[in-house]
Design a protein around this ligand. Sequence first.
Ligand code: ZN
Length: 346
Amino acid sequence: MFFIVNSKKKSSQLHITAMQPVQMIWLVSLLLSIAFCQFISYDEFHRDHLPQLLSLTNDSDENVILRFNKTRIPGSKESKDVQEFIINYFEKLDHEWLVDQDSFEENGFSFTNLVFSSTIAEKYIVFAVHYDSKIEPEGFIGAMDSAASCGILLYLARFIDNVYSLEQNLIDRTISAEYVGIKIVFFDGEEALKEWGPNDSIYGAKHLASKWDQKNILDTIDLFVLMDLIGSDEHVTIPSFFRGSHFYYEMLSELEDSYLETRSKGTKSLVPTDHRFLELGRGVIDDDHIPFYNAGIDVLHLIPLPFPQTWHTIHDTFDHLGQEEIYKWAELISNFVINVVDLYRL
Ligand SMILES: [Zn+2]
């Protein structure tokens, strides 16, 4: 295993000194408009859409998170229903997302990863989650593992859609310039079918990584953000696991600080001063990021450690999700994507 330090953000600063006055005026007005939109439009978007899409109690037509409140065993009818729901959801968005259904068979099960790309770009930021649920114990829902994160990434897609539709002027130099794009990935088969091990786990992630290797897509991934076990009603800590993504972890932690300050509710999960895992220099948790991390991609693994107490028990249900925690993460991830894309602006 090894780390690749991303130098893009440092070299981009060099262009500022060579700027002509007209470019500088353009830049200042762009930055002002970004600031304006972040503090006004985005806040407004979150206020309107969080309760519509991610309420744990109000089961309206707009709600996306409650659609995952069922078992989602690979190849089952429930799994296919969820896949259909996700695809229909993206198809109804204003912006045209590119869809890739990556289906395959293994160990007598059929699996399907769903990949949605905002555009064809030179570089990508990937946001990933697994939508399958464990076979045992029977009736296992996996609300935080990882139904809640699925809902949050559908929210993110709606948020990005809003940015595309309403803030076109802001993204002309970035997303629409087809330099950096967003991929949202729903993995199937993260859970072991019988017992967790290298040959019985992360079926979807392994398959997609190998497909992306063959298609030379792995080289275009600048950051791989994986969400897992998010949204529990327990107070959790999410450590920084990798030196290569610590810059992004700190960025997210600053967003969390300002979120908690302005909302006066919710609790702090990120601890940027805790460098225990960075010093180890290797991953300590097996998850869907492994094949991508092994390919040298910077991984931001958003997973609580220790795991919440309901982990892999029949009690991992929607009753044990925390509404505020889900709203917090949906807003943080949305604002995070804007900040990351901003790194490509200059
Ligand atoms: Zn699990």
